[in-house]
Design a protein around this ligand. Sequence first.
Ligand SMILES: NC(=O)c1ccc[n+]([C@@H]2O[C@H](COP(=O)([O-])OP(=O)(O)OC[C@H]3O[C@@H](n4cnc5c(N)ncnc54)[C@H](OP(=O)(O)O)[C@@H]3O)[C@@H](O)[C@H]2O)c1
Length: 280
Amino acid sequence: MSRQERFHLAGVMGWPVMHSRSPVIHNHWFAKHGLEGRYVPLGVEVERLPAALRALPALGFSGCNLTMPHKRAAFSVVDEVDPLARRIGAVNCVVVRPDGSLFGRNNDGWGYIESIVEAAPDWRADAGPIVVLGAGGGARAVLVGLADRGAKEIRLLNRSAEPARQLEKEFGGPIRALDWSARNEALEGAAMLINATSQGMVGQPPLDISLQRLPVSALVSDIIYIPIETPLLAAARARGNRAVNGLGMLLHQARPAFRDWFGILPDVTAELRGMLEATL
Ligand SMILES: NC(=O)c1ccc[n+]([C@@H]2O[C@H](COP(=O)([O-])OP(=O)(O)OC[C@H]3O[C@@H](n4cnc5c(N)ncnc54)[C@H](OP(=O)(O)O)[C@@H]3O)[C@@H](O)[C@H]2O)c1
Protein backbone atom coordinates (compact mmCIF):
# COMPACT_ATOMS: atom_id res chain seq x y z
CA MET A 1 0.00 0.00 0.00
CA SER A 2 1.50 3.32 -1.07
CA ARG A 3 1.94 6.10 1.48
CA GLN A 4 1.00 8.58 -1.23
CA GLU A 5 -2.56 9.12 -2.36
CA ARG A 6 -1.47 8.94 -5.97
CA PHE A 7 1.57 8.38 -8.12
CA HIS A 8 3.25 11.74 -8.89
CA LEU A 9 3.43 12.56 -12.57
CA ALA A 10 5.03 15.37 -14.55
CA GLY A 11 6.92 15.64 -17.82
CA VAL A 12 8.31 17.82 -20.54
CA MET A 13 6.32 18.51 -23.71
CA GLY A 14 8.27 19.26 -26.85
CA TRP A 15 8.83 18.22 -30.43
CA PRO A 16 11.41 16.75 -30.59
CA VAL A 17 11.83 16.00 -26.91
CA MET A 18 14.06 12.97 -26.40
CA HIS A 19 17.17 15.16 -26.07
CA SER A 20 15.77 16.80 -22.91
CA ARG A 21 17.81 16.27 -19.72
CA SER A 22 14.92 17.36 -17.47
CA PRO A 23 13.84 13.73 -16.74
CA VAL A 24 17.27 13.07 -15.19
CA ILE A 25 16.80 16.02 -12.84
CA HIS A 26 13.25 15.41 -11.67
CA ASN A 27 13.54 11.62 -11.41
CA HIS A 28 16.62 12.12 -9.25
CA TRP A 29 14.57 14.35 -6.93
CA PHE A 30 11.73 11.78 -6.72
CA ALA A 31 14.26 9.18 -5.56
CA LYS A 32 16.05 11.61 -3.23
CA HIS A 33 12.83 12.60 -1.46
CA GLY A 34 11.37 9.08 -1.33
CA LEU A 35 8.43 10.00 -3.55
CA GLU A 36 6.75 7.57 -5.88
CA GLY A 37 6.57 9.31 -9.21
CA ARG A 38 7.90 9.70 -12.70
CA TYR A 39 8.86 12.60 -14.96
CA VAL A 40 8.58 11.64 -18.61
CA PRO A 41 9.39 13.07 -22.05
CA LEU A 42 6.12 13.85 -23.86
CA GLY A 43 6.53 14.09 -27.62
CA VAL A 44 3.72 16.45 -28.62
CA GLU A 45 3.35 17.89 -32.12
CA VAL A 46 2.41 21.55 -32.53
CA GLU A 47 -1.25 21.03 -33.46
CA ARG A 48 -1.80 18.67 -30.52
CA LEU A 49 -0.51 21.02 -27.80
CA PRO A 50 -3.97 22.26 -26.69
CA ALA A 51 -5.36 18.71 -26.38
CA ALA A 52 -2.22 17.46 -24.65
CA LEU A 53 -2.21 20.26 -22.07
CA ARG A 54 -5.96 19.90 -21.44
CA ALA A 55 -5.45 16.16 -20.81
CA LEU A 56 -3.01 16.76 -17.93
CA PRO A 57 -5.59 17.03 -15.10
CA ALA A 58 -7.56 13.97 -16.25
CA LEU A 59 -4.38 11.90 -16.43
CA GLY A 60 -3.37 12.91 -12.92
CA PHE A 61 -0.36 15.00 -13.96
CA SER A 62 0.69 17.76 -11.56
CA GLY A 63 1.99 19.72 -14.53
CA CYS A 64 4.68 19.82 -17.17
CA ASN A 65 7.57 21.78 -18.56
CA LEU A 66 7.40 23.13 -22.09
CA THR A 67 10.26 23.25 -24.51
CA MET A 68 10.57 24.09 -28.21
CA PRO A 69 8.29 24.74 -30.05
CA HIS A 70 5.58 25.17 -27.41
CA LYS A 71 6.78 27.94 -25.10
CA ARG A 72 4.79 30.72 -26.77
CA ALA A 73 1.82 28.74 -28.04
CA ALA A 74 0.91 27.72 -24.48
CA PHE A 75 -0.25 31.30 -23.74
CA SER A 76 -3.49 30.70 -25.59
CA VAL A 77 -4.14 27.34 -23.94
CA VAL A 78 -3.53 27.83 -20.22
CA ASP A 79 -6.21 29.48 -18.04
CA GLU A 80 -3.91 32.00 -16.36
CA VAL A 81 -0.39 33.23 -16.99
CA ASP A 82 1.95 34.49 -14.29
CA PRO A 83 2.93 38.19 -14.93
CA LEU A 84 6.63 37.21 -15.02
CA ALA A 85 6.01 34.63 -17.76
CA ARG A 86 4.09 37.29 -19.65
CA ARG A 87 7.04 39.68 -19.47
CA ILE A 88 9.46 36.97 -20.60
CA GLY A 89 7.02 36.11 -23.37
CA ALA A 90 7.11 32.37 -22.83
CA VAL A 91 5.67 29.65 -20.60
CA ASN A 92 8.19 26.99 -19.58
CA CYS A 93 6.19 25.42 -16.77
CA VAL A 94 2.49 24.53 -16.48
CA VAL A 95 0.98 23.82 -13.07
CA VAL A 96 -2.31 21.91 -12.73
CA ARG A 97 -4.23 23.60 -9.93
CA PRO A 98 -6.56 21.72 -7.55
CA ASP A 99 -9.62 22.75 -9.58
CA GLY A 100 -8.05 21.34 -12.76
CA SER A 101 -7.21 24.73 -14.26
CA LEU A 102 -3.81 25.33 -15.86
CA PHE A 103 -1.39 28.00 -14.62
CA GLY A 104 1.51 29.06 -16.86
CA ARG A 105 4.83 30.14 -15.34
CA ASN A 106 8.38 30.82 -16.47
CA ASN A 107 11.29 29.86 -14.21
CA ASP A 108 14.15 30.43 -16.69
CA GLY A 109 15.06 33.95 -15.54
CA TRP A 110 15.05 32.90 -11.89
CA GLY A 111 17.05 29.80 -12.74
CA TYR A 112 19.63 31.88 -14.59
CA ILE A 113 20.17 34.28 -11.68
CA GLU A 114 20.35 31.41 -9.16
CA SER A 115 22.98 29.68 -11.29
CA ILE A 116 25.14 32.82 -11.32
CA VAL A 117 24.78 33.40 -7.58
CA GLU A 118 25.64 29.75 -6.94
CA ALA A 119 28.81 29.95 -9.06
CA ALA A 120 29.83 33.45 -7.94
CA PRO A 121 28.26 34.27 -4.56
CA ASP A 122 29.77 37.78 -4.55
CA TRP A 123 28.15 38.65 -7.91
CA ARG A 124 25.94 41.71 -8.07
CA ALA A 125 23.80 42.73 -11.03
CA ASP A 126 24.56 46.39 -10.37
CA ALA A 127 28.36 45.93 -10.17
CA GLY A 128 28.88 47.44 -13.63
CA PRO A 129 27.84 47.24 -17.28
CA ILE A 130 26.57 43.85 -18.46
CA VAL A 131 26.97 42.83 -22.11
CA VAL A 132 24.26 40.44 -23.36
CA LEU A 133 24.68 38.82 -26.78
CA GLY A 134 21.49 37.45 -28.35
CA ALA A 135 17.84 38.49 -28.36
CA GLY A 136 16.02 35.16 -28.64
CA GLY A 137 13.96 33.26 -26.06
CA GLY A 138 16.87 32.52 -23.74
CA ALA A 139 18.04 36.13 -23.83
CA ARG A 140 14.56 37.41 -22.88
CA ALA A 141 14.55 35.32 -19.70
CA VAL A 142 18.11 36.42 -18.84
CA LEU A 143 17.28 40.11 -19.44
CA VAL A 144 14.19 40.02 -17.22
CA GLY A 145 16.19 38.23 -14.51
CA LEU A 146 19.00 40.81 -14.67
CA ALA A 147 16.65 43.81 -14.72
CA ASP A 148 14.69 42.48 -11.72
CA ARG A 149 17.95 41.95 -9.87
CA GLY A 150 18.84 45.64 -10.23
CA ALA A 151 21.13 45.75 -13.29
CA LYS A 152 21.88 49.40 -14.10
CA GLU A 153 23.33 49.10 -17.60
CA ILE A 154 22.77 46.28 -20.07
CA ARG A 155 24.43 46.54 -23.47
CA LEU A 156 22.36 44.33 -25.74
CA LEU A 157 23.76 43.17 -29.07
CA ASN A 158 22.13 40.81 -31.54
CA ARG A 159 23.20 39.67 -35.01
CA SER A 160 20.01 41.11 -36.53
CA ALA A 161 19.49 44.60 -35.15
CA GLU A 162 15.68 44.63 -35.00
CA PRO A 163 15.05 42.07 -32.20
CA ALA A 164 17.52 43.90 -29.92
CA ARG A 165 15.86 47.27 -30.65
CA GLN A 166 12.46 45.72 -29.98
CA LEU A 167 13.64 44.43 -26.61
CA GLU A 168 15.09 47.83 -25.73
CA LYS A 169 11.70 49.36 -26.49
CA GLU A 170 9.69 46.65 -24.76
CA PHE A 171 11.73 46.30 -21.55
CA GLY A 172 13.24 49.80 -21.39
CA GLY A 173 15.06 50.48 -18.13
CA PRO A 174 18.74 49.55 -18.21
CA ILE A 175 18.71 48.00 -21.70
CA ARG A 176 20.58 49.76 -24.50
CA ALA A 177 20.66 48.11 -27.93
CA LEU A 178 23.96 48.37 -29.83
CA ASP A 179 24.98 47.21 -33.29
CA TRP A 180 26.37 43.68 -33.60
CA SER A 181 29.43 45.17 -35.31
CA ALA A 182 30.29 46.93 -32.03
CA ARG A 183 30.47 43.71 -29.98
CA ASN A 184 34.25 43.82 -29.39
CA GLU A 185 34.24 47.47 -28.26
CA ALA A 186 31.12 46.93 -26.13
CA LEU A 187 33.22 44.78 -23.78
CA GLU A 188 35.22 47.82 -22.61
CA GLY A 189 34.71 48.29 -18.86
CA ALA A 190 32.11 45.51 -18.63
CA ALA A 191 31.57 43.65 -15.36
CA MET A 192 29.89 40.72 -17.07
CA LEU A 193 29.54 39.13 -20.52
CA ILE A 194 26.66 36.76 -21.29
CA ASN A 195 26.29 34.67 -24.42
CA ALA A 196 22.62 33.96 -25.10
CA THR A 197 23.09 33.20 -28.80
CA SER A 198 23.25 29.69 -30.21
CA GLN A 199 26.89 30.18 -31.25
CA GLY A 200 29.27 27.76 -29.57
CA MET A 201 26.58 25.12 -29.12
CA VAL A 202 27.33 21.64 -30.42
CA GLY A 203 27.02 21.69 -34.22
CA GLN A 204 27.43 25.49 -34.37
CA PRO A 205 30.57 27.55 -34.94
CA PRO A 206 32.13 29.35 -31.97
CA LEU A 207 30.86 32.82 -31.15
CA ASP A 208 32.76 35.33 -33.27
CA ILE A 209 34.12 37.79 -30.70
CA SER A 210 37.45 39.06 -29.38
CA LEU A 211 37.75 39.24 -25.59
CA GLN A 212 40.74 41.58 -25.77
CA ARG A 213 38.88 44.60 -24.31
CA LEU A 214 37.05 42.68 -21.60
CA PRO A 215 38.41 43.38 -18.11
CA VAL A 216 39.93 40.22 -16.55
CA SER A 217 37.73 40.88 -13.51
CA ALA A 218 34.56 40.36 -15.61
CA LEU A 219 32.38 37.29 -15.14
CA VAL A 220 31.70 35.41 -18.38
CA SER A 221 28.55 33.33 -18.65
CA ASP A 222 27.24 31.14 -21.46
CA ILE A 223 23.69 29.81 -21.27
CA ILE A 224 24.68 26.94 -23.58
CA TYR A 225 25.29 23.65 -21.76
CA ILE A 226 26.15 21.34 -24.66
CA PRO A 227 29.12 21.40 -24.66
CA ILE A 228 29.64 22.22 -21.00
CA GLU A 229 32.68 24.32 -21.89
CA THR A 230 31.98 26.40 -25.02
CA PRO A 231 34.92 27.95 -26.91
CA LEU A 232 33.89 31.30 -25.37
CA LEU A 233 34.15 29.96 -21.82
CA ALA A 234 37.45 28.23 -22.59
CA ALA A 235 38.89 31.48 -24.02
CA ALA A 236 37.61 33.45 -21.01
CA ARG A 237 39.11 31.03 -18.51
CA ALA A 238 42.43 30.97 -20.38
CA ARG A 239 42.82 34.75 -19.94
CA GLY A 240 41.82 34.67 -16.28
CA ASN A 241 38.09 35.51 -16.34
CA ARG A 242 35.69 33.56 -14.15
CA ALA A 243 33.42 31.49 -16.38
CA VAL A 244 29.97 29.97 -15.73
CA ASN A 245 28.29 27.45 -18.03
CA GLY A 246 24.57 27.01 -18.75
CA LEU A 247 24.04 23.81 -16.82
CA GLY A 248 23.14 25.70 -13.65
CA MET A 249 20.34 27.56 -15.42
CA LEU A 250 18.80 24.27 -16.53
CA LEU A 251 19.17 22.79 -13.03
CA HIS A 252 17.88 25.78 -11.08
CA GLN A 253 14.83 26.50 -13.26
CA ALA A 254 13.67 22.98 -12.41
CA ARG A 255 13.55 23.62 -8.64
CA PRO A 256 10.47 25.90 -8.43
CA ALA A 257 8.67 23.65 -10.92
CA PHE A 258 9.17 20.61 -8.66
CA ARG A 259 8.06 22.70 -5.67
CA ASP A 260 4.90 23.90 -7.43
CA TRP A 261 3.99 20.36 -8.50
CA PHE A 262 5.00 18.32 -5.44
CA GLY A 263 5.42 20.76 -2.54
CA ILE A 264 9.17 20.32 -1.99
CA LEU A 265 11.87 22.80 -3.10
CA PRO A 266 14.73 20.43 -3.97
CA ASP A 267 18.46 21.22 -4.00
CA VAL A 268 20.99 21.27 -6.78
CA THR A 269 23.76 19.06 -5.43
CA ALA A 270 27.18 18.08 -6.78
CA GLU A 271 25.80 14.55 -7.15
CA LEU A 272 22.95 15.73 -9.41
CA ARG A 273 25.24 18.00 -11.41
CA GLY A 274 27.62 15.07 -11.93
CA MET A 275 24.77 12.82 -13.07
CA LEU A 276 23.68 15.40 -15.60
CA GLU A 277 27.20 16.06 -16.85
CA ALA A 278 27.60 12.32 -17.43
CA THR A 279 24.71 12.49 -19.93
CA LEU A 280 26.23 15.32 -21.99
N1 LIG B 1 20.76 26.72 -19.98
C1 LIG B 1 19.48 26.75 -20.26
O1 LIG B 1 18.64 26.36 -19.45
C2 LIG B 1 19.04 27.34 -21.57
C3 LIG B 1 17.75 27.90 -21.69
C4 LIG B 1 17.38 28.45 -22.93
C5 LIG B 1 18.25 28.41 -24.00
N2 LIG B 1 19.49 27.84 -23.84
C6 LIG B 1 20.45 27.81 -24.95
O2 LIG B 1 20.63 29.12 -25.45
C7 LIG B 1 20.84 29.11 -26.85
C8 LIG B 1 19.84 30.06 -27.53
O3 LIG B 1 18.54 29.53 -27.33
P1 LIG B 1 17.22 30.39 -27.64
O4 LIG B 1 16.08 29.57 -27.19
O5 LIG B 1 17.35 31.78 -27.11
O6 LIG B 1 17.27 30.40 -29.24
P2 LIG B 1 16.57 31.43 -30.23
O7 LIG B 1 15.36 32.04 -29.63
O8 LIG B 1 16.46 30.69 -31.53
O9 LIG B 1 17.68 32.60 -30.42
C9 LIG B 1 18.91 32.34 -31.04
C10 LIG B 1 19.81 33.56 -30.89
O10 LIG B 1 21.09 33.24 -31.46
C11 LIG B 1 21.42 34.25 -32.43
N3 LIG B 1 22.21 33.68 -33.52
C12 LIG B 1 21.90 32.64 -34.32
N4 LIG B 1 22.89 32.42 -35.23
C13 LIG B 1 23.83 33.38 -34.99
C14 LIG B 1 25.07 33.70 -35.59
N5 LIG B 1 25.56 32.99 -36.63
N6 LIG B 1 25.80 34.72 -35.07
C15 LIG B 1 25.32 35.43 -34.03
N7 LIG B 1 24.14 35.18 -33.42
C16 LIG B 1 23.41 34.17 -33.90
C17 LIG B 1 20.09 34.75 -32.93
O11 LIG B 1 20.25 35.98 -33.55
P3 LIG B 1 19.24 36.44 -34.76
O12 LIG B 1 18.08 37.10 -34.07
O13 LIG B 1 20.06 37.37 -35.56
O14 LIG B 1 18.85 35.20 -35.50
C18 LIG B 1 19.31 34.80 -31.61
O15 LIG B 1 19.63 35.94 -30.88
C19 LIG B 1 20.71 27.66 -27.29
O16 LIG B 1 22.00 27.11 -27.38
C20 LIG B 1 19.95 27.01 -26.15
O17 LIG B 1 20.26 25.64 -25.99
C21 LIG B 1 19.89 27.33 -22.65
